[in-house]
Design a protein around this ligand. Structure first.
Ligand code: ATP
Ligand code: MG
Length: 576
């Protein structure tokens, strides 16, 4: 596998970050257009979210593509445009979160932020123009009747009885639609194209509908709203977009995109280019489904660390660099497929491996008393902060007579190939001594409460037996010095590869992983973590990458979340 070297850096002023992503067919088209001077050498792209949910990792692919292309081309610009034409599902909370997330991923639209709702007046005027050209009409068919009249891909549609209204009548009715004379659904404005077209989207699609709903920006100024296909091409044209990049399902809408701009003879006719959306295994990406998880409280919110949202990934401890790297790695193609979530996880590990400080933490503590270590004695042992980064230096970790080790690192009756601690066996304590287990102490219920062990006093670094070969090395913390903490372990949110593509028609929630969150309330951390911040990234040795939760950690009550475990199934597959 190749490792692309692009890490676009955030820039200001509306010119997007520079990106050295490998070329792809979209970039090739842009380069060719630049060579031929098709758009006068200009490159203007846009990222056009509907503010009806939080952005997810699929949107990150589109963000990196649109802002990336603008950044790679001299003078290139990428607009952030809110496609806010469906007031019923939109909210300012989403507008705000989208801006925060795009910036966080590493891109800046400068002063090129727009809203489709800014163009409601112009879009209305364009519709009047279409009516005057005899290219649009007011239709009284109900939604159900429209579906019946539309036909099927192999069956031509039927013309609406209202199709041949005069321009005067249409102008009058459209003005009255706007004035609020009719109820929701009573009338629509439709483009007059071709009811027999093999492309269903060309069979007189609705371009305006009545919706008496308050809009988060225009309030009650409008009670008719433009449909997506109509608003999108005209918004692109108004903004002087050169390349309108969208996902593959819009390929069949392209004739309509072009038809509308052709009828209106707009001076700017952007080129629509479709690419394959990101689909990730073990993940749902539809905003409608993500909203359902939030509303039904199956997750704690849009920023739940198990969500594939940018806000969730950020809270979990993923960095923007990891996300951009992942997007560069998956590339841009014309073929829909399923990307293995292990590749995202691999990108996250690769990034954290470079930056994470190594520390020791015990998640499920088991007490160990070192019977030959003097009571009251404390040694400060040197530990390496990051073997990947010599500049990260070392720190001191206190060692004393009573320690905690991980419950999993001890077995009273060891399984085959268990090389950690068991009665009579030795292990090395990381950065410290070799210890031997001599006695297992239990309570009245037979639960193990304590191990009594002895150290080999010459086995620590610099000692006579320091290099003695021992099969297992385990982590530990000093009981007297340890910090108490809550630790949250996250697993994939779904148990199957394609949670929304079930052939038996089962609901995606059937596949929720009941063990996607495990809370360990009594973890013990090495004392250096007293100064931890949510900005820092840690590797808890042998356990994974962790960060302090920015929302729930309180002074004196640290909460850490596992961003990702250490086991890398992707790298393993590649190595085979
Ligand atoms: P969803 O299916 O999650 O509701 P959407 O396409 O309705 O997504 P928009 O807000 O319209 O969401 O998306 C904004 C932009 O992001 C669009 O240009 C869209 O093509 C792109 N986009 C959305 N989902 C993906 C994805 N999975 N992969 C790549 N690009 C995507
Ligand atoms: Mg959409």
């Amino acid at each position: 596998m190749t490792t692309p070297n692009n890490i676009p850096a955030a820039t200001a002023g509306g010119e997007a970050a520079t990106s050295e992503a490998a070329s792809d067919f979209v970039r090739d088209i842009v380069a060719e257009d630049n060579r031929t001077g098709k758009h006068g050498g200009r490159v203007v792209t846009r990222f056009p979210p509907e503010p009806n949910g939080y952005l997810h990792i699929g949107h990150a692919k589109s963000i990196c593509l649109n802002f990336g292309i603008a950044g790679q081309n001299a003078g290139g610009i990428c607009h952030l445009r809110f496609d806010d034409t469906n007031p019923a599902r939109e909210d300012v909370e989403y507008v705000d979160s989208i801006q925060e997330d795009v910036r966080w991923v590493g891109f800046d639209w400068g002063n090129h932020k727009f809203y489709a709702s800014d163009y409601f007046g112009k879009l209305y005027d364009f519709a009047v123009q279409l009516i005057k050209l005899g290219k649009a009409y007011v239709c009284d068919l109900t939604a159900e009747e429209m579906i019946q009249y539309r036909g099927a891909p192999t069956v031509p549609g039927k013309e609406s009885p209202y199709r041949n209204r005069s321009a005067e009548e249409n102008l009058d009715l459209f003005a009255r639609m706007r004035a609020g004379e009719f109820a929701d659904g009573e009338k629509t404005l439709r483009a007059k194209i071709d009811m027999a077209s093999p492309n269903i989207h060309m069979r007189d699609p609705a371009i305006y509908r009545i919706r008496k709903v308050e809009h988060h920006r225009t309030g009650n100024q409008w009670c008719i709203y433009p449909m997506y296909d109509y608003a999108h091409c005209l918004s692109d044209s108004i903004e002087g977009i050169t390349h309108s990049i969208c996902t593959l399902e819009f390929e069949v809408h392209r004739p309509l995109y072009d038809w509308i701009l052709d009828q209106l003879k707009t001076p700017c006719h952007p080129q629509q280019i479709e690419f394959a959306r990101l689909n990730l295994s073990y993940t749902v990406m539809s905003k409608r489904k993500l909203l359902q998880l939030v509303e039904e409280k199956l997750v704690t919110g849009w920023d739940d660390p198990r969500m594939p949202t940018i806000a969730g990934l950020r809270r979990r401890g993923v960095t923007p660099e990891a996300i951009r790297h992942f997007c560069a790695r998956i590339g841009v193609t014309k073929y829909n497929g399923l990307t293995d979530v292990a590749l995202l996880e691999h990108s996250i590990r690769e990034d954290l491996n470079k930056r994470a400080l190594r520390v020791m933490a015990v998640l499920r503590p088991l007490k160990v008393v070192l019977t030959n270590y003097p009571e009251g004695q404390v040694e400060e042992l040197e530990a390496v902060n990051n073997p990947e980064d010599p500049g990260a230096g070392t720190r001191k970790v206190p060692f004393a007579r009573v320690l905690y080790i991980e419950r999993d690192d001890f077995m009273e009756n060891p399984a085959k190939k268990f090389f950690r601690l068991f009665p009579g066996n030795e292990v090395r304590l990381r950065y410290a001594y070799i210890i031997k287990c001599n006695e297992v102490v239990k309570d009245a219920n037979g639960e193990i409460t304590e191990l009594r062990c002895t150290i080999d006093p010459d086995s620590k670094s610099g000692g006579a037996t320091a290099s003695r070969k021992i099969k297992g090395t385990i982590h530990w913390v000093s009981a007297a010095h340890a910090l108490d903490a809550e630790v949250r372990l996250y697993d994939r949110l779904f148990t199957v590869e394609e949670p929304d593509g079930d052939k038996e028609g089962r609901d995606f929630k059937t596949f929720l992983n009941p063990n996607s969150l495990e809370i360990l309330a009594a973890a013990k951390l090495e004392p250096s973590l007293a100064n931890a911040t949510p900005e820092a990234r840690y590797q808890f040795e042998r356990l994974g990458y962790f960060r302090m939760d920015p929302k729930d950690a309180k002074p004196g009550k640290p909460v850490f979340s596992r961003t990702i475990s250490l086991r890398d199934s992707w790298a393993k597959e590649q190595g085979k």
